[in-house]
Design a protein around this ligand. Structure first.
Ligand code: ADP
Length: 487
């Protein structure tokens, strides 16, 4: 029965769409005719308010037809109502009847205009929604839209390819209830952070299900959160190949280069007694360049270790001030024209990897020298602040614009103003901040262009009784350095 009714309605709809152009003008005539017949058969039934019933016809015809169908209905209705329903039958052009008709025409046109206007707005909204949906349906990336209560209000078909979700199973469902395993994970945290802060968020993670790599962008909106997900597995594979190549190449290059350095040092020693100053100078140059090359190879190896979670730390208690003094002496031996002033109020020994933290200090001091004028002063300070050790290196050099300060610790990042002026790879700060992070500390910068910079890092003070837990935490990240998601 219901099926028959639906079939009948659909039939009418198809018929209407097919002959719409004629029907929309025929309908007013039929309806008005029917109204007249009803009026004439049920005599006196609508005589008191003749125009009121015609408004119904105007509304109906404008709604299903077009603007001009509505105008036509208004005009025909005005004439018919005047002729048939204002007694006596026939055209009545006395002032009251005439103004009544004119007023009806005015109201009818206004009504037609308003209905048409509304219909157009609804149609435009519908069209633009359809356009947006078409775009979202055809893109190769996945798109999910949540309301404020985390119900999935829309997702495109790509969620099936990406995560194996069937749309009809997830639409309208609360995502964390539908996929409880995602709760507390990287995706969950990013979505909540974004919804709470009202700020977009961006992260990359590997799916624990499909092992694909995804780049996820979250965009908060007034009605909830939109999430845009791109499959970046191909890019990650290429990155991995590149990283492997760099790692193997630097490893393989390091052995012969270290051997050549040893030979060049032997040669230099041999030449100390010689009078051949040209050869001595050349041997010195070879040694300096080889040291630079080995330094670069070490940096590349460190990058590879960090990115694969293989950076090993060998923590012990040591006097940080001793290491600072050693690094200052070492840096000054190759750049004697700067003045480095070291002030310390640090009494405690610190627990960490002496070699790696020395490397961090060397990088900060070398940068301070590299990016500040010859003869300028550099200040180094070590302090205990609360439960942390704080180390600061301040220069009065070129400084870093605010907008670049956030990216300065990213791998390969170099400030735009320095790119072509001072040579470098943009790796030192990345390695340093990763070493500090591995110690559960953090590294930051305060700077003003033209007024110098202060790079500082903090490290937790580790009590002897906490060593076991601290070492456990140091190593816990190493099993898997990459964020993973249950999606
Ligand atoms: P590199 O110095 O080899 O380029 P780093 O990772 O050590 O690599 O530094 C990254 C970038 O940060 C540098 O290219 C430079 O633009 C900026 N930078 C680092 N230290 C300073 C500093 N003390 N003053 C101004 N800019 C700095």
């Amino acid at each position: 029965m219901t099926a028959d009714i639906i079939k009948f309605i659909l039939g009418i709809k198809i018929f209407w769409n097919k002959y719409r152009k004629i029907l929309q003008y025929l309908l007013p005539v039929v309806l008005i005719g029917m109204l007249v017949v009803i009026r004439l058969t049920l005599f006196g039934f609508i005589a008191e308010t003749p125009y009121l019933y015609f408004f119904l016809v105007v509304i109906l015809c404008t709604w299903v037809g077009e603007f001009y169908a509505g105008i036509l209905t208004t005009l025909i209705s005005a004439v018919v109502a005047n002729y048939f329903f204002i007694p006596p039958m026939g055209f009545d052009l006395r002032p009251t009847a005439f103004f009544g008709m004119a007023f009806f025409i005015f109201e009818g046109i206004l009504l037609t205009y308003l209905i048409e206007n509304r219909r157009q707005s609804v149609q435009n909204l519908h069209n633009s929604n359809k356009r947006i949906t078409n775009i979202l349906e055809s893109i190769t990336d996945a798109f999910i839209s949540f309301d404020k209560d985390w119900h999935i209000v829309y997702c495109n078909p790509q969620v099936h390819d990406y995560f194996g979700w069937k749309r009809r199973d997830v639409l309208g469902k609360n995502i964390w209830e539908k996929f409880p395993e995602t709760t507390g994970g990287v995706f969950y945290k990013a979505c909540h952070k974004s919804m709470k802060s009202g700020m977009p968020h961006h992260f990359e993670a590997q799916s624990l299900r499909s092992h694909k790599w995804f780049e996820v962008r979250t965009y908060p909106a007034s009605e909830g959160l939109n999430v845009y997900i791109t499959d970046i597995s191909d890019r990650k594979d290429v990155d991995k190949l590149k990283d492997n190549f760099i790692s193997i190449a630097s490893h393989e290059l390091k052995t012969p280069t270290t051997a050549i350095l040893a030979f060049s040092q032997l040669l230099k020693k041999h030449l100390t007694r010689s009078r051949d100053s040209q050869s001595k100078m050349l041997a010195n140059k070879i040694e300096t360049q080889l040291k630079r090359l080995i330094n670069l190879l070490n940096v590349l190896l460190d990058i590879s270790k960090i990115q694969n979670g293989r950076l090993e730390l060998h923590p012990e208690y040591f006097d940080l001030n001793d290491i600072v003094n050693q690094q200052i002496a070492s840096v000054l031996s190759s750049s004697p024209h700067h003045k480095i002033i070291f002030k310390s109020q640090l009494k405690t020994r610190i627990y960490g990897d002496k070699f790696r933290l020395g490397q961090v200090l060397a990088n900060l001091l070398t940068n301070a020298i590299k990016y500040s004028p010859i003869g300028s002063k550099i200040y180094v300070r070590t302090n205990k602040v609360g439960q942390n050790i704080k180390v600061e290196v301040t220069d009065s050099g070129v400084g870093i614009p605010k907008i670049e300060q956030k990216k300065i610790f990213d791998v390969y990042y170099r400030a735009q103003s320095q790119k072509d002026v001072v040579s470098g790879f943009g790796l030192g700060l990345y390695i340093s901040s990763e070493i500090v992070k591995s110690h559960h500390g953090s590294m930051k910068v305060k700077s003003q262009p033209g007024n110098g910079s202060t790079f500082y890092f903090t490290l937790p003070v580790v009590a002897k009784s906490d060593i076991a837990t601290y070492v456990k935490r140091l190593n816990s990240k190493k099993d898997n350095p990459w964020p993973q998601t249950h999606l």
